[in-house]
Design a protein around this ligand. Structure first.
Ligand code: SAM
Ligand code: CA
Length: 221
């Protein structure tokens, strides 16, 4: 091995935050509000939110999908990066979690860009495909139940246009994917990582951002 990834301890991570993050006040407010919500560790970090916003701008994205919204931080980060007519189709099953985000979406002036659908995400995605929306999206962020990531992937691969991007969160799963799997979520993520590595339909990058962020660009376009 000629080059290794820098181990990111708290000190280095804080340096990254201090020297790159420019967080919109509504994002900062939502992050503070989320800290008081159960499972606040599920929220992506501000550095990742800013990175995803940059991806969305680089793509020139207008229509995006989010699978797993929680309190709405990642949806807000993406919505802020979209043009005025841009849209996030935000899929979640929890009113309790997602209601935390709405006042901050409103504060940021992007509430109209986020269409929240409270239903199992697979159902929502299948409905969009049945409605003829294949190829209509530029970007998808997959961050819900890990055992269904592959099902979400197959739907998103149809829903994003050629040249569109699918981002998968938690693909390193605290490093557990590099050890023999002891649980179903780890096994599902290992199988997905293996599949993506071989999948000729996409170009892939597995980044050591957050808890592992895999980017898969649909070939063509
Ligand atoms: N992307 C969010 C963020 O960065 O703040 C975090 C999302 S959190 C890790 C996962 C979310 O997926 C939870 O809010 C949960 O309610 C939702 N979820 C779990 N199973 C789901 C399903 N079958 N369909 C839609 N959402 C689901
Ligand atoms: Ca996540």
């Amino acid at each position: 091995m000629t080059s290794r990834t820098l181990p990111v301890d708290d000190r280095i991570y804080q340096y990254v935050i201090d020297h790159s993050v420019r967080e919109h006040p509504a994002l900062a407010g939502l992050r503070e509000a989320t800290a008081a919500v159960p499972h606040s560790g599920m929220q992506i970090g501000p550095d990742q939110g800013q990175f995803m916003a940059m991806l969305v701008r680089l793509l020139g994205a207008r229509r995006t999908i989010e699978i797993g919204t929680y309190t709405g931080y990642s949806a807000l980060a993406v919505a802020l990066a979209l043009p005025p007519d841009g849209r996030v189709l935000a899929c979640d099953i929890s009113d309790e979690y997602t209601r935390v985000g709405r006042p901050f979406w409103r504060q940021a002036g992007v509430e109209h860009k986020i269409q929240l659908v409270l239903a199992p995400a697979l159902k929502t995605l299948d409905e969009r495909l049945a409605a003829g929306e294949a190829g209509a999206y530029d970007f998808a962020f997959i961050d819900a139940d890990k055992s269904a990531y592959d099902d979400y992937y197959e739907r998103c691969l149809q829903l994003v246009r050629p040249g569109g991007l699918i981002a998968f969160d938690n693909t390193l799963w605290s490093g557990l994917v590099a050890r023999p799997a002891q649980d179903a979520d780890t096994a599902a993520l290992q199988a997905l990582n293996d599949k993506l590595h071989r999948d000729e339909r996409v170009e892939v990058a597995l980044l050591t951002v957050g808890d592992g962020l895999t980017l898969a660009r649909r070939r063509g376009g």
